[in-house]
Write a protein that binds this ligand. Structure first.
Ligand SMILES: C[C@@]1(CC(=O)O)c2cc3[nH]c(cc4nc(cc5[nH]c(cc(n2)[C@H]1CCC(=O)O)[C@@](C)(CC(=O)O)[C@@H]5CCC(=O)O)C(CC(=O)O)=C4CCC(=O)O)c(CCC(=O)O)c3CC(=O)O
Ligand SMILES: NC(=O)C1=CN([C@@H]2O[C@H](COP(=O)(O)OP(=O)(O)OC[C@H]3O[C@@H](n4cnc5c(N)ncnc54)[C@H](O)[C@@H]3O)[C@@H](O)[C@H]2O)C=CC1
Length: 218
């Protein structure tokens, strides 16, 4: 058994990157959907496709090579998902990708993967990813459902506000020490409460600069 906590959670920028999904069933469809949401360029290799994948192919959202996996197929890809129902094939895909240093996820065999897909919940700029390191994917999904109730729509508005303020502070305050002070102060400001109570109005540019000027002096 693998020791626990052997993974580093990271967020990957997949935009425009060539990703390969091998297999065309429901699991391939789920992994493809996630890749498309992250704006990846997806190719599927499989003799057949699920209805959902076929629709994506017909609408030119993915490329499809209608055949079984062959040695060398992973060449040139940035990331690979092995999702066939043939464990031996999935293992071969993993070995090949590993030799080439390509990120690989094996749906049928956690230990053969170089990365795992956590359960995910999103609220605008907030992403919460939950992993059980493969022990219980359904438990991970259930924890996400609980978090989904805890972190409501107010976080979307709140993080958009923080994003804007952070960008302004980075632009107009040169000293790193001052920037840190301001960014810390900003998170102490009761914006979330204001949003929850329906009292929050987006700050104008003048308001933002006044706040920066006032808090820089303190
Ligand atoms: C290691 C990991 C690798 C990976 O796929 O990245 C993995 C591995 C395996 N899953 C298996 C089974 C199931 N997985 C799900 C569901 C999900 N699985 C996901 C992730 C992960 N699954 C990664 C670790 C996550 C973590 O850290 O906890 C989710 C969270 C995200 C996603 O898939 O993107 C997604 C939620 C979908 C959603 O929320 O919609 C269901 C339920 C369902 O499908 O409804 C079942 C059936 C019930 C059961 O078996 O528990 C099997 C056995 C296969 C077999 O029996 O042959 C293996 C292989 C093994 O155990 O070795
Ligand atoms: N990680 C996860 O979240 C989960 C993983 N699984 C695992 O994922 C596997 C796939 O699940 P499903 O999509 O439901 O299976 P499925 O049977 O619906 O789809 C398998 C697909 O692989 C294709 N295929 C078979 N041999 C191939 C080859 N040599 N080359 C290319 N494509 C090939 C088939 O044509 C089919 O499209 C399961 O066998 C299971 O081990 C299952 C549930 C959840």
């Amino acid at each position: 058994m693998r020791a626990v906590a052997g993974y580093i959670p990271i967020l990957l920028d997949c935009e425009g990157r060539p990703c390969l999904v091998i297999g065309g069933g429901m699991i391939a469809e789920r992994k493809t959907q996630a890749l498309l949401e992250a704006k990846a360029m997806v190719t599927v290799i499989s003799p057949e496709l699920s209805q959902g994948l076929f629709t994506l192919y017909e609408t030119n959202r993915i490329m499809w090579e209608r055949r079984v996996f062959a040695g060398g197929d992973t060449q040139g890809y940035w990331m690979v998902h092995a999702t066939t129902d043939q464990e031996m094939v999935n293992q071969r895909i993993a070995e090949e990708a590993n030799l080439k240093g390509i990120l690989v996820n094996v749906a049928s065999h956690t230990e053969a993967s170089t990365f795992l897909n956590p359960a995910v919940m999103r609220r605008g700029r907030l992403t919460i990813a939950v992993s059980t390191e493969g022990a219980g994917p359904i438990v991970a999904t259930n924890i996400c459902k609980l978090l989904n109730e805890e972190y409501g729509d107010e976080y979307e508005i709140y993080l958009d506000f923080l994003y804007l303020m952070r960008a302004e502070i980075k632009k107009s305050v040169n000293s790193p020490k001052q920037r840190h002070k301001l960014l810390r102060k900003l998170t102490e400001y009761p914006i979330l409460e204001e949003i929850r109570q329906g009292r929050f109005k987006a700050w104008s540019e003048t308001q933002i600069h006044l706040w920066i000027a006032k808090n820089e002096e303190d």
